[in-house]
Structure formats: C-alpha cells, structure tokens
Design a protein around this ligand. Structure first.
Ligand code: FEO
Length: 169
C-alpha cells in the first residue's frame, strides 16, 4: 500500500508527465506551422512517450492501492524564436523532469518504500536516455545554424522517429 505522501508525489508526477505531453504537442503544432514536418513528427512521438510515462505512473498508483487523480494541466507556450530555441527548451524541460524523478526517488528511499524505489529506477534510466537524445539534436542544430540544406536533412532524419511502447509495458 502506498503511503499518502508518496501517493501525492506520484500523482504530481502524473500531472507533470501529462503536461510534458501537452508541451510537446504544442511544439509539434509550431513545427507544422513553419513547415518542419519531420520535427513535428518527432515532437508528436515525444508527446506519445510522455503520455505513456504518465499512464505508467497512473497504473502503478492504482496497483499499489492508491488512487490516480487528474489535476489541471497548465497551458504550454505556443511560440518559439527558432527550431534551435525550441529544442533548447526541450532539453531544459527534460533536465527539470530529471530533477523531479530524482526527488521522487529520494522520497521513496527516505520512506523505505522499496517497491517505489524499484519502479522509479526505470524512470531514472529513461531520463538519462531522454537527455542524451535531445542533447544530440541540440548539438546538431547548433552546427547547422541557419543552413537551409542542413535543416532540410535534419528534419527528414527527425521525421523517422516512431514511438513504440516498451514491450515490458
Ligand atoms: Fe517523461 Fe520526457 O520525461
């Protein structure tokens, strides 16, 4: 059984993950508006991944005898100065999420909640991967700068991304 403190913190994380999905959907739409359909596809896959994260925590709360509750989700920004600016915002956001996951892990350890510690390890590993993949995009976009051909190729590359939920669920 989850203790109420852990339950509330996990519920806050559900909201944070759903906000992330909303944030990336806003970015996907921005990309469509500037005709970067590959980036838009990448952002849509990112949003689907965040929804998956949120539901994974939702299921865990309910499985442990708690109750997942749906809180209000903040309105995300709608405009960015450039594609570089937008991906820099993605990286900053993921770094913030990593901090939230680390805080949750610290709480689970302090509360001697071994099941939550084990559950959260997946998210700790996931954040390492997320920051690395977004960091790579940020670096490549910096190199490309305002070069239209480079951006065209990068957009095509990012458009290959498809979200596939992990098999172990
Ligand atoms: Fe759910 Fe991108 O962290």
């Amino acid at each position: 059984m989850l203790n109420p403190k852990m339950e509330e913190a996990l519920n806050n994380q559900v909201t944070a993950e759903l906000y992330s999905a909303y944030f990336y959907l806003a970015m996907s739409s921005y990309c469509e508006s500037i005709s970067l359909s590959g980036c838009a596809k990448w952002m849509r896959a990112q949003a689907q991944e965040e929804l998956y994260h949120g539901i994974k925590i939702y299921d865990y709360i309910n499985e442990r005898g708690g109750r997942a509750v749906m809180a209000a989700i903040d309105k995300p920004p709608a405009e960015w100065e450039s594609i570089q600016d937008m991906f820099a915002a993605v990286l900053a956001h993921e770094q913030k999420v990593t901090g939230l996951i680390n805080d949750l892990m610290n709480m689970a350890q302090d509360e001697r909640d071994h099941a939550s510690t084990s559950f959260l390890q997946w998210f700790i590993d996931e954040q390492v991967e997320e920051e690395a993949s977004v960091g790579e995009v940020v670096d490549k976009l910096k190199l490309i700068g305002k070069d239209g051909n480079g951006l065209f190729v990068m957009d095509r590359e990012l458009g290959r991304r498809i979200f596939t939920p992990p098999a172990a669920g």
